[in-house]
Design a protein around this ligand. Sequence first.
Ligand code: SAM
Length: 279
Amino acid sequence: MAHPQNSENAQSSKSSNKADGARQKNSVLEGGPQPKLFFSFLTLFPEIFQPVLGSSLLGKAKAKGLVDYRLIQIRDFATDKHRTVDDTPFGGGEGMILKVDVLHAAWQEAQRQIPREGKSLTVLLSPQGRLFDQEMAHELSSYAHLTLISGHYEGVDERFIDLCVDREVSIGNYVLTGGELPALVMADTITRLIPGVVGNERSLTEESLEKGLLKYPQYTRPREFLGRSVPDVLLGGDHEAIAAWRQGEMERRTAEKRSDLWDLYSAALKRQKEVQFGK
Ligand code: SAM
């Protein structure tokens, strides 16, 4: 689902009309200042979210009004007396499938309360999705509204994905019991990229992965511990020497610990040199 400004893909425009209608009816953020990013979490286990969203930087970001969120219990949209949210798969097979009608109603509710302006995206957490990384986190931090849907059991009815989901996202090549932890991993990573959330913004640009390299080693007091001392260069106050040492360490440890990243970084450097010297 997407606001009209978002031309991410064909699926976005598929559902934008419904969202527009809903927005006119009810926008949570009318009147007062709007947070930079509003999360709608669709889940069967909202209790998993509360402690994480209320703690540390995420809690502070909400207190400062930089982000806000809403937890939507999918089960509230079941229509039978047993509040059924899943059923057996057509054609047979293992496990239970989350029902399209229940998910669709919950998703529609999420689109009823959205920011006035800005892009909106619906993400289904799924081991079949595109791998989440720092680059995707940066991209998603420019959205005004993210609907993050946590699957459970064997999976979700494919028609829900066709109708409402803009992007399937995986947090890694392993299978969790549900999408709640992946949704929180995404929310945490994206939130700290929003201006004003992390006190010292320079620390963001210096972080691992931001420049395609891992971060250099860091030390604090005491200078000596169990016979191990802090490298001399960090104690001398020569800022150029410190910067050169740090750059060297970033390259060394990336090559040593993450050859996949190092290959990408070296290839990018090579391309840059070719362009520079007109090769
Ligand atoms: N049967 C599904 C399959 O083979 O693709 C896996 C279902 S998994 C047990 C239940 C839910 O956990 C998924 O619907 C998804 O929301 C979430 N999940 C599991 N692993 C994930 C991952 N690596 N990244 C994101 N979400 C994941």
